[in-house]
Design a protein around this ligand. Structure first.
Ligand SMILES: *Cc1c(COP(=O)(O)O)cnc(C)c1O
Length: 391
């Protein structure tokens, strides 16, 4: 599906301030400052009374971060966005701003590992959590407790890319007064806009597609003005995990090419995934565009497109076969993270975690690929050669 031209316009929108002369810079300045000085004490007091609305201190707001924040908010159709020093800083800010002792969080779907580890850490502060891999709205509703304050969604989910029925779950939660937060790093707002279907908060690892070049770590949270109030005052200002001006500038630069990058990631990943789906050494490909039945319908209904990250299961699902394939790859780099211009491969297998993988509901022999921008042909050749080792 083509990317919405309105979103392309937002990505390219000029964010350089008009200085009133005959010409203006094409790129915004990097406002590399920790603080802003005021002309009068009265003005300083007014600034301190509303740090969200004034430039006082860069831990509160900074014009370079705001250039990226305006674009991300507009793309997600949200009222307010704040950028963070990492995706985890954004996730931490949401959890610490909205949860208190006695609350319960329900994670729906396979969830980014460190987010779950953070929830485990919050147990010492009296916050409980559960994970449900049953994605039918009725199953999610049944897993809610009277203390559930927040439902955490990741759709498509980590590693197996299954889809939850996001609008239905958001509606159930809204009716019960439960907040919803969705990690939208995989789709980006180009392919899915959770706030538009009733989700309360969206978080991003902007390290991935939003920045897109594997050269910075960043996060973002987008929500309504009403929810941004506590999120800004508590998780952002007091958590302190802000994005530095130079990183914010790089993120803003990445956003300008997001639509063209994603269109190419999508097309090439689909070709690689289709090649793998037909390969005899592959048991199954986990890619939302190849999903069938109800899952496929959900994918077509909820996603305007698919990005470049997916996984596949080797027919011979052992650590040794995973290692053999990964070590034979030449075009794919081995490494964590994803969403950059280079293709990456990794596996949850480590040779001694078979029971852990089973507990997490992950299949054996899983390999995750992030398809970069090298073009599909050399990547397919690389995989073909590496898989031939298993013959
Ligand atoms: C990488 C990632 C995060 C964490 O983001 P960082 O920028 O690495 O802190 C969160 N969610 C998903 C889905 C991720 O892939």
């Amino acid at each position: 599906m083509p990317i919405d031209p309105a979103d392309v316009a937002i990505c390219l929108e000029d964010e350089a301030p008009d200085e009133g002369g005959a010409s203006t810079p094409m790129a915004p300045p990097i406002v590399q400052t920790s603080l802003f000085s005021f002309r009068s004490f009265q003005d300083l007091l007014a600034g301190l009374a509303d740090e969200g609305g004034h430039h006082v201190y860069t831990r509160g707001s900074n014009p370079t971060a705001e250039a990226a924040e305006r674009k991300i908010a507009a793309l997600e159709r949200g009222e307010a966005c704040r950028t963070f020093g990492s995706g985890m800083a954004a996730i931490s800010a949401v959890l610490s701003s909205f949860l208190a002792a006695g609350d319960h969080v329900l994670f729906v779907n396979h969830t980014y590992g460190p987010a779950l580890q953070l929830a485990g850490h919050l147990e010492r502060f009296g916050v409980a959590h559960d994970v449900t891999l049953e994605l039918a709205p009725a199953a999610v509703e049944a897993a809610l407790r009277s203390e559930t304050r927040l439902v955490w969604l990741e759709s498509p989910g980590t590693m197996t890319f299954r889809l939850a029925d996001v609008p239905a779950i958001a509606a159930i939660c809204r009716e019960r007064g439960v907040l919803t937060c969705m990690d939208n790093s995989w789709s980006t707002p180009m392919f899915q806009k959770p706030l538009a279907v009733g989700v309360d908060i969206v978080v991003h690892s902007a390290t991935k597609y939003l920045a897109g070049h594997s050269d910075l770590v960043a996060g973002a949270a987008v929500t309504s003005e009403a929810l941004m109030g506590p999120l800004f005052e508590k998780g952002y200002m007091l958590g302190g995990g802000i994005l530095a001006p130079f990183e914010a500038w790089l993120l803003h630069r990445g956003l300008r090419t997001l639509p063209v990058r994603l269109a190419r990631h999508e097309a090439d990943a689909l070709r690689v995934a289709s090649f793998l789906a037909d390969h005899p050494a592959v048991r199954r490909v986990h890619h939302p565009a190849l999903a069938e039945g109800e899952e496929g319908e959900r994918s077509r209904r909820q996603l305007a497109g698919t990005s470049g990250l997916f996984s596949f299961e080797l027919a011979r699902g052992t650590f040794e076969s995973v290692r053999s394939v990964l070590d034979a790859l030449e075009r794919f780099h081995l490494g964590v993270s994803w969403g950059g211009v280079e293709s990456l491969a990794i596996s949850p297998e480590n040779g001694r975690n078979a029971s852990e993988l089973a507990e997490m509901g992950l299949p054996r022999g899983l390999i995750r690929l992030s398809v970069g921008l090298e073009g599909a042909d050399p990547l397919i050749d690389d995989l073909d050669r590496a898989l031939a080792r298993l013959a």
